[in-house]
Design a protein around this ligand. Structure first.
Ligand code: HEC
Ligand code: HEC
Ligand code: HEC
Ligand code: HEC
Ligand code: HEC
Length: 482
């Protein structure tokens, strides 16, 4: 018995020992694991904290990126490469040679969107965009392209340069240190006057604090826009530079410019229409309630709107935004240069950089990733084409109805549909990812736009079912909006 007990006792003790050993072993493994992770994190932090040699003492008065580049030569080198032009299937940009003139000294431009798709001339009939609209290209060109675009045939405000130059120093100067005041004065200037106050395209000082190199927001329009958006989401008095997380800042710095906007009132205040939210219908609701129109459509007489580069808005409706993936993750991915891990300041199409832009998160082969991008873009592009066709039909019907003597008040319903359809289509046309930033949302918007076009056509048709009015015909050669 004893022996049996003893044996079972020793067996139990053996079991306990084994358990003890296992637990200790496990604890050791966990400790080592945790330590390894900690070391790894510390290492990554150290890597992320870019070691640099303080060659110059940077401060808020140094605007020239070349001077900042003395402390950060790797970032500066990649920043300068935004002059590169490489075409991708639906994006990038092509370097087209042109003969410089006195009025426009550019010897290279990007391809014309109007030549690629002549329907766009009808879409924008009566507005400066029908004169000259091109594919976007690298940041290095932003100042020249805004200065010399064919759209300058109509006077443009200084407020354009909020997004086309390193404007931070100009705000400080005009506002005597107060960027909000400086911003207001800057907006009110004619283009040529504001142009004299800026020298560089977007530069280090616009995105970074010179002392800490942390990201910062320097654009008053974004500070005001995001405050309204957050207020709507239930966060009062939002101060972006104090309250945004680092990951949010990696998108917000871009959202200072890559957004839909308009110039409000006589003072031409650059304004982001985000009071009701970022979706296309929220923005439309804002414009409707404030009676905003960019111009009167030359062919139908509808009071219409021009959508412009809503990258931030569309991205915010997609799976990547929802998963916390920032603009910089894809457009400024980390790169290893010697012993350093730095952010690639050669901001460009991720299609040219799938290896670093996507494969850090997705273990799919490069060809597969490209195929996924192109499939989304192909579908968006085709749907956009269908939507443009539908809009051409609606415009033709309204034009014909006018020629048959229909009045503004009779055409009111059709014109309202034109305004809506036009903005929805342009929202995807002007967005530069060809649907990639939020594929389902892009498809939804285009599908609704097609429906608006067809409903507008039905509204015109309903008029001929009723008796034709006997009033005098309206003028056929409608003059362009100012
Ligand atoms: C998950 C990756 C990803 C994220 C996040 C992302 N983009 Fe993109 N972006 C792309 C891809 C892919 C394209 C398509 C490029 C092409 O067609 O060559 C693109 C296209 C663009 C283009 C047009 C580029 C060109 O070559 O014409 C701009 C501008 C842009 N994105 C800005 C932004 C901004 C601003 C944000 C954040 C609000 C953002 N992107 C977030 C992947 C991303
Ligand atoms: C809210 C910021 C913002 C404002 C204000 C702004 N732009 Fe831009 N602009 C951009 C961005 C972002 C791009 C690149 C994306 C694109 O081309 O859609 C761009 C592209 C351009 C281009 C190159 C592509 C093209 O359309 O030919 C020109 C030219 C241009 N803008 C002119 C102007 C002019 C003129 C004004 C003033 C009426 C202006 N911009 C105001 C942000 C802005
Ligand atoms: C000060 C305004 C401004 C800021 C800030 C800004 N952009 Fe741009 N971006 C522009 C303008 C303007 C253009 C078009 C320049 C042109 O066509 O001349 C442009 C062009 C681009 C392109 C097209 C490049 C190509 O080669 O086709 C991409 C991609 C892009 N921006 C992404 C970003 C990302 C990502 C961020 C944030 C890290 C960002 N931008 C921040 C104004 C800005
Ligand atoms: C359009 C905005 C923008 C401009 C302009 C810009 N940067 Fe950055 N920079 C970023 C972003 C985004 C990061 C990533 C920051 C983060 O992850 O916290 C970054 C990171 C950095 C870092 C930290 C280390 C690293 O590489 O991640 C340094 C240093 C830096 N930039 C230097 C510069 C210099 C020098 C210039 C001018 C030549 C410049 N940047 C221009 C957006 C910008
Ligand atoms: C920082 C990480 C990160 C980067 C960089 C990134 N993605 Fe993603 N991607 C995600 C996450 C997270 C999801 C959502 C996955 C999920 O929830 O199932 C996702 C989803 C997707 C999807 C599926 C979309 C859908 O509707 O289901 C595609 C396609 C995709 N990514 C392509 C790309 C491409 C192409 C690039 C480079 C241009 C890229 N991603 C860059 C993290 C990333």
């Amino acid at each position: 018995m004893q022996t049996r007990v003893g044996r079972s006792e020793s067996k139990r003790r053996g079991g306990q020992l084994l358990k003890y050993g296992l637990v200790t072993g496990l604890a050791a493994v966990i400790t080592v694991g945790a330590l390894a992770l900690l070391v790894n994190i510390l290492e990554r932090k150290r890597e992320a904290r870019n070691p640099f040699f303080r060659v110059v003492e940077l401060h808020d008065g140094i605007t020239d990126p070349a001077v900042w580049g003395k402390n950060f030569p790797i970032q500066y080198d990649s920043y300068r490469r935004t002059v590169d032009q490489v075409r991708t299937r639906y994006g990038g940009s092509e370097a087209l040679p042109r003969t410089p003139t006195q009025a426009d000294p550019r010897s290279i431009v990007a391809q014309s969107k109007l030549e690629e798709d002549p329907r766009l001339k009808t879409l924008w009939a009566g507005y400066a965009f029908a004169l000259d609209t091109r594919e976007d290209r690298g940041h290095a060109y932003m100042l020249d392209d805004a200065t010399f675009t064919g759209r300058q045939a109509r006077p443009q405000p200084g407020a354009c340069l909020n997004c086309h130059s390193s404007a931070y120093a100009a705000y400080k100067k005009l506002g005597e240190g107060d960027i909000m005041k400086g911003f207001e004065r800057f907006n009110a200037l004619p283009f040529a006057e504001a142009r004299k106050l800026v020298e560089h395209p977007v530069a280090c000082i616009d995105c970074h604090d010179p002392e800490t190199m942390q990201l910062r927001i320097t654009r008053p329009a974004f500070i005001e826009g995001i405050r309204q958006l957050k207020a709507k989401e239930g966060i009062p008095d939002y101060d972006v530079n104090r309250m945004a997380t680092r990951q949010e800042m990696r998108s917000y710095v871009c959202a200072q410019c890559h957004v839909e906007y308009y110039f409000k009132g006589e003072e031409k205040r650059l304004t982001f229409p985000w009071k009701h939210g970022l979706k296309v219908e929220d923005i439309m609701a804002y414009y409707d309630e404030n009676g905003v129109r960019d111009w009167v459509h030359a062919e139908t007489g509808a009071p219409v709107l021009k959508a412009q580069h809503p990258e931030f808005e569309l991205w915010s409706q997609g799976i990547h935004a929802r998963s916390g993936v920032a603009c910089a993750d894809c457009h400024m991915p980390y790169q290893r240069v010697g012993a350093f891990k730095v952010s690639d300041h050669h901001v460009r199409s991720p299609v040219l950089n799938v290896h670093r832009s996507c494969q850090t998160c997705h273990p799919w082969p490069e060809e597969e990733l490209k195929a996924r991008i192109f499939t989304i873009q192909e579908r968006t592009h085709q749907l956009r084409s269908r939507a443009l066709d539908a809009l051409m039909d609606l415009i033709a019907d309204i034009k014909a109805a006018r020629q048959a003597g229909r009045t503004d008040s009779q055409l009111k319903e059709a014109l309202t549909y034109h305004r809506k359809a036009q903005f929805y289509i342009d929202f995807i046309e002007a967005e530069n990812s060809t649907g990639f930033h939020a594929p389902e949302e892009a498809a939804r918007i285009l599908a609704e736009a097609i429906d608006f076009c067809r409903q507008g056509q039905i509204a015109v048709r309903k008029l001929s079912e009723k008796s034709v009015s006997s009033g005098p015909p309206v003028a056929q050669n409608r003059t362009e909006a100012p």
